[in-house]
Ligand binder design. Sequence first.
Ligand code: IPE
Ligand code: IPE
Ligand code: MG
Length: 246
Amino acid sequence: MKELIDLSNLPRHIAVIMDGNGRWAKRQGAARVFGHRNAIKSVREVTEGCAELGVKYLTLYTFSTENWARPKYEIDALMQLLVHTIRSEIPTLMENNVRLSTIGSIDTLPGDCRSELSEAMRMTEQNDGLNLILALSYSGKWDILEATRKIARQVEQGTLSPDQIDEELFSHSLATDGIDDVDLMIRTGGDHRISNFMLWQLAYAELYIIENVLWPDFRKPHLWEAILAYQNRERRFGKTSEQLVK
Ligand code: IPE
Ligand code: IPE
Ligand code: MG
């Protein structure tokens, strides 16, 4: 199926809502954390898959602002898992020429998590293949509010006039500064919602919801299928079909 993908028409930026770990664990009578542990293999698959094809940006919704409202033991387990995984996955990132970065309110993460992340980012900063962006303590509304504060401060200082605030300036003020908007958004677990993910950056993304696959079961063939579906969509960006030059 991978051979059917048109490499000249790849989504430049894929974003994934990795949902369904808890349900996956529950189905086999295990605790939710068991599902999170089994999600790592899926993260590796989607990362390698994107790197193999030559996708430029992959953003993974790893922990949302709202996820802080989960039971403390689940949050602690997720943070611990993150610490261990970042360290153990560095060889995979290096082999695949992947550069790691983050978006979100990183200051709110535990100290060991932050230090593992900065170490991994430092180690991979020379890689120039896929950019893997982990959205951690992230939400779309948080991102928009932070950007607004940044812009308001510049106006207050007199270095920016309100008339200069346009789409380009605003998008450069977001956490995704310099990164193209999302072309393809994949969500596993069957829920048809954005869950406060990248609200601005998803404005014209093609949405691909996988109804019957929970995140721990996600493998490369699911990625190929999503990209093929994307390539069969007509992205009109408000124009008529006839206006599109093929
Ligand atoms: C996604 O799986 C992982 C995180 C949100 C951290 P869930 O933990 O939301 O699993 P479900 O949706 O409850 O099955
Ligand atoms: C979205 O999943 C957040 C992540 C995958 C990190 P949730 O499970 O938190 O979303 P809702 O609550 O079902 O919308
Ligand atoms: Mg969920």
